[in-house]
Design a protein around this ligand. Structure first.
Ligand code: R5P
Length: 304
């Protein structure tokens, strides 16, 4: 009996480190395919698709927390799938890299968000990601020329907070965080506030806070999209301590946690949790149900 040849049963292929997320997506439909990949002694990439892709719809699952070492391998996988006859090749990147350098802040700087978007758009027929860092751009379609869905993690974060935190007070560390803090707070009927952040450098962040005297009986929950150096959340937790509030629960979408950021944040937080867009010990909130729904809803045209 021939295997599936329509776009309805995607072949989910995980790049290394993404196997668990691909398996979780597979629960909602799709078949798990496999690749073999390794580095040659000189550092170049060997890659082989072990599952036949001809006539199949292929979804490559690759979070992009380490884009510089990982992206070329992903490009090889996408191009191999296409040249071997895949009907459609989409990228499932729960964390989408290169979204923050979205303008030339100084003369001569590369606008890497745009370059990266053009590269991805040239390789894939569609993209699904979670809470991309859209700041000066309103939508992924302003950067990406392929159909692209931005899943919101707020419902998953909200459900975790509602189940695990008593009387939460949602706090965003900066103005940008208002969008998801408000969405979470409204879903669970909790109060919310947003700090003011000043960033002077990668590791130099300070925050200011509105009056919280009316919320003394609440558990502070700091929510942010990305924890990278961790300095934003560490500064926010420090300010809460200075105001006599309890250690906060910290909930982030994308747990990048560079260097010792995770240990430093754990030292000032009651608990640190994250969504599973980037594999990390803090992962507690699964995103596969939301991502699977977005994949099912993404409409794109197969390329010729
Ligand atoms: C900034 O706009 C983001 O929403 C995060 O607050 C930021 O990326 C966190 O970075 P870090 O952990 O390095 O302070």
């Amino acid at each position: 009996m021939p295997g599936p040849t329509t776009l309805d049963t995607p072949l989910l292929i995980a790049l290394p480190g993404n196997e668990r997320f691909a398996q979780a997506l597979g629960v909602f439909g799709g078949e798990i395919g496999t690749i073999e990949t390794r580095r040659f002694p000189d550092g170049e990439t060997y890659l082989r698709l072990l599952t036949p892709v001809a006539g199949r719809a292929v979804d490559l699952v690759a979070t992009l927390a380490g884009p510089d070492p990982d992206f070329l391998r992903l490009a090889f996988a996408a191009d191999a799938a296409r040249t071997q006859g895949a009907l459609r090749v989409r990228l499932v990147a729960p964390y989408l890299a290169y979204m923050r350098q979205d303008k030339a802040f100084h003369p001569g700087e590369a606008v890497t968000s745009d370059t990266f978007a053009r590269l991805v758009s040239s390789l894939f027929d569609g993209l699904v990601t979670v809470d991309p860092h859209l700041h000066r751009r309103a939508a992924l379609s302003e950067l990406y020329s392929i159909p692209a869905a931005a899943v919101q993690a707020a419902p998953a974060l909200a459900d975790w907070i509602a189940a695990d935190v008593q009387r939460p007070l949602l706090i965003g560390p900066d103005a940008e965080s208002a969008q998801w803090v408000k969405a979470i707070a409204e879903r669970i009927g909790a109060p919310w506030v947003v700090m003011e952040k000043t960033r002077r450098g990668d590791y130099d962040v300070s925050v200011d806070l509105p009056d919280l005297s009316g919320h003394a009986d609440r558990t502070p929950v700091l929510v942010d999209d990305i924890a990278s150096s961790g300095r934003t959340l560490i500064a926010a937790a420090g300010l809460l301590a200075a105001r006599g509030l309890p250690k906060p629960v910290c909930a982030v979408v994308h747990a990048l946690f560079a260097g010792d950021a995770y240990a430093r944040l754990q030292a000032v937080a009651a608990r640190v949790v994250s969504c599973d867009s980037v594999p990390h010990p803090s992962n507690a909130i699964p995103l596969a149900p939301l991502v699977a729904a977005a994949l099912a809803a993404l409409h794109e045209q197969p390329r010729n």
